[in-house]
Design a protein around this ligand. Sequence first.
Ligand code: ZN
Length: 140
Amino acid sequence: MNKIEHIGIAVKDLDQSCDLYAKLLGVPAYKRESVASEGVDTAFFLTGENKIELLAASAANSPVGTFIEKRGEGIHHIAFDVDDIRQEMERLKNEGFVLLSEEPKPGADNKLICFVHPKGTNGVLVELCQEIKTAADGGE
Ligand code: ZN
């Protein structure tokens, strides 16, 4: 795995939290994006090299909503950048980790993502993310 790509924070009210984090970090969100398949609305902040993702539930019984119900607002996941998500998923499976999906899924911010079950990682939800390369980047 490469560097931490971002830290995900679960929030109840995305508008309120966008204002709050803009004040905290001193920069506004550079992007907001809804991922309907995951039932989340997201907002991204960049401070130096660090990226923070705010997540709010956009649908009833979305995983983020369930998380907030059980554990309250707060740090939801840590995402690591990977070069080849399928290879990394295979490696983790062989190490005995439980993945939350069999295949990488499209996530926010132009990424392919996969989550690792927090039961096997000391309670930390880990996200793998691989940048989706576009033809303009010379990628696949
Ligand atoms: Zn994330």
